[in-house]
Ligand binder design. Structure first.
Ligand SMILES: [Zn+2]
Length: 332
C-alpha cells in the first residue's frame, strides 16, 4: 500500500491536507536529495485530522523549491484517505500511529517497510508531527532517555514528555535507528503551530551532527507518562448534560500540564459505581491509585499532571480522555 517517490509531484504543495487524495494514491514516502546525504525522516498526517505537519512541510518545501536542502529529507505523508474527511482514521483503518510494531495488517507491513527503507538510507533523525485537541502547550515526546533524543526534543520545546505506552508509535520504532521525537503542535489550524513546526524541522535539517556534550538540567523540563485514562465504553459522559453518568467540570482542559493537588474535583458522577479506567505503562488497571469517588464526585487522589485532556468526544472514544504524568529528574 506504500507509494514511494523521489520527487515532489507537480501541484502537491498547493494542496491542503483534505485534497491530497487528488494527487496521492494513498500513504506516500517521498525522498528528496539534500547536501548532507543521510536523510531526516519526517512523518505528517499519521492522524488525518492533524494537518499542521503537512502545512509546515509544504511551506518549508516551497521555500526550498529553487535551492538545495541542507540535508536529504524523506517525507512520509500518512493517512491521505482519512485526511480527506478530516478524521483521525477511518473506521475500517488502523490508527496510523499504532502500527509501528509487529502485526498482521497491511498497515503494519507498510510501517515495517518504511522503517527498513529508512534503515538502509542511514536515517539521521526522525520527527513525527501531530496536533491535539485540548489546550496544551507545544511539547516534544521521546521514547528513550538519552541525550541525543533530548537534544532533538529541546530544539522544539523545553517541555519534554517521556513515554513507552501506547506501543506501536512511529517515534518508538525509529528510536531503534536514530534520535526520534513526536512533536505536539497544539490544535490544528493555528499559524503559530505551523510556524513553530517549520522552524523546528528547518533547525533539524541544518543540524550537522548531534553534539556530544550533555544538556544542562536548566534547559528542559522532563515529564513521564505514568497512565492512560480511558472512559469505559458503557459509561456515558458529557461536558454539558447533567443526566450523563459522568459530567466533567467545564474548565477541565485548563488542567493540562498543571500539577493538580489531591482532591481536585474532575466530574459529577451519577452513582458511586461509575469509574474511569487508568492503564499503567506495565498494562495494569490502576484507576484506584489516581482517582476516588466521594459523595457523587470524582476527585484526584494523588498529585498528578494531566496532558492531552480534551473535550472532543470522538477523540475520547477513539483514543483516551487524557494521560497522567509525573515530573522526572534531569537525566545524567
Ligand atoms: Zn496525533
Amino acid at each position: 500500500m506504500l507509494n514511494e517517490l523521489d520527487h515532489l509531484p507537480d501541484g502537491l504543495l498547493s494542496l491542503p491536507a483534505n485534497r491530497l487524495y487528488e494527487i496521492l494514491n494513498g500513504p506516500t514516502l517521498i525522498h528528496l536529495q539534500g547536501r548532507h546525504p543521510d536523510p531526516l525522516f519526517v512523518s505528517v498526517l499519521l492522524h488525518g485530522n492533524e494537518d499542521t505537519g503537512w502545512d509546515a512541510m509544504r511551506n518549508l518545501l516551497e521555500k526550498y523549491q529553487n535551492s538545495e536542502l541542507p540535508r536529504s529529507l524523506s517525507l512520509f505523508i500518512g493517512n491521505v484517505e482519512s485526511a480527506r474527511y478530516g478524521s483521525r482514521h477511518l473506521d475500517e483503518q488502523h490508527d496510523f500511529n499504532r502500527i509501528w510494531i509487529e502485526g498482521d495488517s497491511a498497515e503494519h507491513q507498510m510501517a515495517a517497510d518504511i522503517v527498513e527503507i529508512m534503515r538502509q538510507r542511514n536515517v539521521f533523525a526522525s520527527i513525527d508531527i501531530h496536533n491535539n485537541t485540548g489546550l496544551n502547550p507545544h511539547y516534544a515526546c521521546i521514547n528513550v532517555l538519552e541525550h541525543h533524543f533530548l537534544h532533538l526534543a529541546t530544539l522544539f520545546s523545553r517541555t519534554v514528555v517521556y513515554f513507552i505506552r501506547p506501543e506501536g508509535v512511529q517515534s518508538s520504532a525509529f528510536s531503534q535507528l536514530c534520535p526520534s521525537v513526536t512533536i505536539e503542535c497544539g490544535k490544528p489550524g493555528q499559524k503559530h503551530g505551523t510556524d513553530h513546526a517549520i522552524d523546528f524541522v528547518e533547525a533539524a535539517l541544518h543540524l550537522d551532527h548531534f553534539p556530544e556534550h550533555h544538556l544542562s538540567p536548566h534547559d528542559y523540563e522532563l515529564f513521564h507518562t505514568v497512565a492512560i485514562v480511558k472512559i469505559p465504553d458503557d459509561v456515558e459522559f458529557s461536558f454539558t448534560n447533567p443526566e450523563a453518568d459522568l459530567l466533567f467540570i467545564n474548565e477541565i482542559e485548563q488542567f493540562n500540564f498543571r500539577e493538580l493537588p489531591p482532591l481536585t474535583p474532575l466530574a459529577e458522577i451519577k452513582n458511586s459505581s461509575v469509574r474511569l479506567e487508568a492503564w499503567s505503562e506495565e498494562g495494569y488497571e490502576v484507576a484506584d491509585r489516581f482517582f476516588e469517588n466521594i459523595e457523587n464526585r470524582l476527585y484526584t487522589k494523588l498529585p498528578v499532571m494531566p496532558s492531552m485532556l480534551t473535550m472532543n468526544e470522538e477523540v475520547i472514544r477513539q483514543d483516551c480522555l487524557c494521560y497522567l504524568m509525573e515530573r522526572l529528574p534531569a537525566i545524567a
